[in-house]
Design a protein around this ligand. Structure first.
Ligand SMILES: [Zn+2]
Length: 83
């Protein structure tokens, strides 16, 4: 898996995440707000620079931000890892 996402831009990643969620849905995984339940057990976020973290900076103005670089983050699946 190392480096699998490193060549992806944010749009590619968003498309990929939609695909992953669709797969989960097809497999009958319980979902909440379009996100598989088990993702919430171990929350993880990914920013456009590829940083993965269990912690984010909550900003009223800018939304959820990466602690390392300040870019916007989106929730990712629990197995996602940096690199
Ligand atoms: Zn970052």
């Amino acid at each position: 898996m190392r480096g699998f996402y490193s060549g992806m831009n944010q749009d590619d990643f968003v498309t990929h995440m939609k695909q992953v969620r669709k797969e989960e849905e097809k497999n009958g995984t319980p979902m909440f707000m379009g996100i598989p339940d088990h993702w919430f057990e171990k929350l993880k976020w990914r920013c456009r620079n590829g940083h993965i973290s269990g912690m984010i900076l909550k900003s009223e103005v800018a939304g959820d931000l990466c602690l390392k670089c300040g870019e916007r983050v989106m929730m990712t699946f629990p197995e996602d890892s940096e690199g």
